[in-house]
Design a protein around this ligand. Structure first.
Ligand code: SAM
Length: 234
C-alpha cells in the first residue's frame, strides 16, 4: 500500500498515527481535575496559529514536551526551570488529568496542556521559529517492522519541528529501545537543520536535570540501556 506524504494511505485514507488511544478511564480525581483545572491550564483544540499571550501572562522561552505520559517529567522540569514557559502535548486523557493535579498541588503556573495529536498540533498551531526547545522522552518504540512507519520521529515530522524552533533551540530525545535510538540518529543525521551536540556524533550523556520518567523506569527494569540525544537547531 502506498503512503502519501500527508500520512494517508491510499486504501483507507486515514492518517498513520504514532499512538493507539488506550482505554483507561479517568479516576474520579482526574475527572474532577479536568472539570476544575482544564479551563485554566488547557489549550482547546483549534486549527489556527496559537497566540502564546493568550495562555501565558509573560513572554519567556517556550519548551514543548511531546507525549508526556503522566506528566511527572513535565511538572518537575517546569518547577526546576521557572523562567521558562512549557506546553505539554499528550493524547491520553488520564495522563492529562494526572498532570493537572500535579500542577495544582505544586502551585505551578508556567505549564499549559494540549490534549491532542502532536503532529497536526505542530502543523497548525505552532508559529515558525517560536520554540526554544522540544523534548520527546521515550516515544512509543513501535518495535515491529510493519509498525516502524508509526514512529513519531520521521523526516517529515523532524522538518516540522525544525520549522517551529528558533535558531539555537535544543531538541532533546530519549529512548530505551536501541533500534529506535539508531533510527532517531539516522533521521536526525539526514536533517540539515540540526547539529548533533554529542562529542562522539551519536549519543549524549543524560543531562542531570532530566527527570526519570515512568516509562524509562519500566525500561530500566527490563535491563534496557537508556539513550539521550541532543540536537541544536542551526
Ligand atoms: C511510551 S509513552 C512515554 C510517556 C512519557 N514520556 C514517559 O517517558 O513516561 C509515549 C506517550 O506518547 C503519547 N503519544 C504518542 N504519540 C503521540 C502524539 N502524536 N501526540 C501526543 N502524544 C502522543 C502516548 O499517548 C504515550 O503517553
Amino acid at each position: 500500500m502506498n503512503v502519501h506524504p500527508t500520512g494517508m494511505t491510499e486504501k483507507h485514507q486515514r492518517p498513520i498515527r504514532s499512538f493507539v488511544l488506550r482505554g483507561g478511564r479517568l479516576t474520579a480525581a482526574q475527572q474532577n481535575a479536568m472539570d476544575e483545572l482544564w479551563p485554566h491550564y488547557g489549550i482547546e483544540h483549534h486549527e489556527t496559529l496559537l497566540d502564546f499571550d493568550d495562555y501565558f501572562d509573560r513572554r519567556a522561552d517556550l519548551i514543548v514536551e511531546i507525549g508526556f505520559g503522566n506528566g511527572e517529567s513535565t511538572w518537575r522540569m517546569a518547577q526546576q526551570e521557572p523562567d521558562r514557559n512549557f506546553i505539554g502535548v499528550e493524547v491520553h486523557q488520564p495522563g492529562v488529568g494526572h498532570l493537572l493535579m500535579a500542577l495544582d498541588a505544586n502551585g505551578i503556573d508556567n505549564v499549559r496542556i494540549a490534549c491532542e495529536d502532536a503532529v497536526p498540533f505542530f502543523q497548525q498551531r505552532i508559529p515558525a521559529g517560536s520554540l526554544a526547545g522540544i523534548r520527546i522522552y521515550f516515544p512509543d518504540p513501535w518495535p515491529k517492522k510493519r509498525h516502524h512507519k508509526r514512529r513519531i520521529i520521521q523526516p517529515e515530522f523532524v522538518n516540522q519541528l525544525a520549522r517551529s524552533m528558533a535558531k539555537g533551540g535544543i531538541l532533546h530525545l530519549a529512548t530505551d529501545w536501541q533500534p529506535y535510538a539508531e533510527h532517531m540518529l539516522e533521521v536526525m543525521q539526514s536533517s540539515p537543520e540540526f547539529g548533533n551536540l554529542s562529542p562522539t556524533g551519536d549519543y549524549s550523556e543524560r543531562p542531570k536535570w532530566r527527570p526519570y520518567t515512568k516509562y524509562e523506569q519500566r525500561g530500566v527494569r527490563f535491563g534496557h540501556e537508556v539513550r539521550d540525544m541532543l540536537f541544536e537547531r542551526t
